[in-house]
Design a protein around this ligand. Structure first.
Ligand code: HEM
Length: 510
């Protein structure tokens, strides 16, 4: 007590002396205080992380699968750390808590996109690369409202997916139980779903326009990873590297393809009976022009902008779903007992006389749990598309300044041993309770990411994966050919984690 009184009297005396002091000393004290604040904030400003090499930073140590390296680094530096990659500092969020806090609780500050290579290609137009501005919000909402019809009951969108599944079944049947590489037929099916949704038309595999479209998408994806190096070493973009030209040319080629479809749609548009996404856009554009003729390009409701939105759906909605569906087939070959259990459930609930529908989902908990385990364990998108902070924001005691590039290591949430027992093990029952009911709201499960920037095509992707997985397993037993190399869950490196090419036998079940 005496000590405390003594202490406060000393402070008071000091304060009195200070107040009696000259104006200059007051200014000096204020300056010292400001410096102290600046220093402590400066020291805490960014999360720690490993040091790398001059100029290159940590790039040489990332490995071919950066999400594995990030998961290892998180053990050492904590769930929020930073890595210098060439000229760019990247903050990596690991585990469910950090990812949720950033993308859900503090979503307002975390929803921007960096101005990277893709912005050079599409000027940030469309949805995936657009900044978190009213244009992005409006188009995202608009496309979602068109897609929302998927989900419950048998809808127009579900019919489009079901049609592709029936073509896939016919293709598998034509192999009469012989081993086949399923990659191309699956690619045809899901590219056609996007074509049906956007252009109201599916294409035959030998259609020259469609073949050109698929070829351009292939070239685009195969060069995107190497072209992305310019995100970190911007100088690379100005070198005549073949990857950069390929990405630009194929993107422009896809826009030309979409532009031709828009012109065709304009020629025979019936405003009372829209057939597809392009029709719905054209009707909306006409409505807005009529309401406000002087502001035709105000928020991107133009024919030019629609092309970029469709390109986003094509790029976002083909490789990802292809990989997810192929992983489903690979897992069933690797875990035949689980395949048997899924087929038993399907036989009991759906039988053989009709195709499964989305309405069956609620009655197929083991099948749903298996699909979720495929998404968790196979990690189609191991790291979310990079975000950028739109304001200074606090995370784990650090301050991330406005403009910081941030990625979420979704893999780390799916493979967290604290949350998932033996995370390496493929086990659908982890998504079921003791009564066999599907557990809802699993905190550490986020294959489509979280928050306002989460995958726009989540509902469509779930519909595609469910109808294809159940439709194929209803009709075929998937087996490894005799002497075939057993597949693994270790897929190809790249932005999308896809399985390595595997031959599978679709053996008819009847
Ligand atoms: C298994 C399938 C799919 C997976 C695993 C997946 C996953 C993801 C992930 C992780 C993101 C990044 C979210 C973020 O930045 O935080 C994303 C974004 C996006 N996805 Fe998907 N996706 C799938 C299918 C689809 C489909 C079918 C479409 C469209 C038809 C689509 C369109 C998009 C778009 C447009 C974005 C950007 C959203 C925005 O920036 O607002 N995706 N997706």
């Amino acid at each position: 007590m005496r000590m405390a009184v003594l202490h406060s009297s000393v402070i008071l005396r000091c304060l009195a002396r200070l107040l009696q002091g000259s104006f200059v000393s007051l200014v000096l004290v204020a300056l010292a205080w400001a410096l102290l604040q600046y220093n402590s904030r400066g020291m805490k400003r960014l999360p720690h992380g490993p040091t790398g090499l001059p100029l290159l930073g940590y790039i040489p140590f990332l490995g071919r699968k950066p999400y594995l390296t990030f998961t290892r680094l998180a053990r050492r530096y904590g769930s929020v750390f930073s890595v210098q990659l060439g000229a760019k500092l990247l903050v990596v969020l690991n585990g469910r808590k950090a990812i949720r806090e950033a993308f859900v609780t503090k979503s307002r500050a975390f929803s921007g996109r960096p101005r990277w290579v893709l912005n050079r290609v599409n000027q940030g137009k469309g949805i995936a690369n657009q900044q978190a501005n009213p244009t992005w919000r409006e188009h995202r909402r608009f496309v979602l409202s068109v897609m929302r019809s998927i989900g419950e009951g048998r809808t127009q969108m579900e019919n489009k997916v079901a049609e592709e599944v029936s073509h896939l079944i016919a293709e598998f049947s034509s192999h009469h139980g012989k081993a086949m590489d399923m990659t191309y037929p699956v690619q045809l099916a899901f590219s056609n779903v996007i074509c049906s949704v956007c252009f109201g038309q599916r294409y035959q595999p030998n259609d020259p326009d469609f073949k050109r479209l698929l070829h351009m998408a292939d070239v685009f994806f195969s060069h995107l990873t190497s072209a992305s190096a310019a995100n970190f070493i911007p100088l690379l973009w100005y070198l005549p590297l073949p990857g950069h030209r390929a990405v630009q040319e194929t993107y422009a080629g896809i826009l030309d393809f979409v532009s031709a479809r828009v012109e065709e749609h304009k020629a025979n548009l019936d405003p009372d009976s829209p057939r597809d996404l392009i029709d719905i856009y054209l009707i909306e554009i006409a409505k807005r022009r009529a309401e406000s003729p002087d502001l035709p390009t105000e928020n991107g409701f133009t024919e030019d902008y629609v092309q970029h939105v469709v390109a986003d759906l094509f790029f976002g909605g083909t490789e990802t779903v292809n990989a997810g569906v192929l992983w489903g087939f690979v897992c069933m070959v690797m875990y035949p007992d689980i395949q048997t259990r899924v087929q038993e459930e399907l036989d009991e609930v759906v039988g053989q006389n009709r195709a499964p529908t989305m309405a069956d989902r609620a009655h197929l908990p083991y099948t749903q749990a298996t699909l979720q385990e495929i998404n968790r364990r196979c990690n189609v998108i191991p790291c979310a598309i990079p975000h950028v902070t739109t304001e200074d924001v606090e995370m784990n005691g650090f301050i991330l300044p406005k403009g910081t590039t941030v990625t979420a290591n979704l893999y780390s949430a799916h493979m967290d041993p604290v949350y998932w027992r033996e995370p390496e093990r493929f086990d659908p029952t982890r998504f079921l309770d003791e009564t066999g009911t599907l557990i809802k709201g699993n905190d550490s499960y986020m294959p489509f990411s979280l928050g306002p920037r989460a995958c726009l095509g989540e509902q469509l992707a779930k519909c595609e994966m469910f109808l294809t997985f159940t439709g194929i397993l209803q009709k075929f037993r998937l087996e490894l050919p005799e002497g075939g190399a057993p597949p693994t869950l270790d897929g190809l490196p790249g932005i999308t984690h896809a399985p390595r090419a595997t031959k599978i036998r679709p053996v008819p079940r009847d």
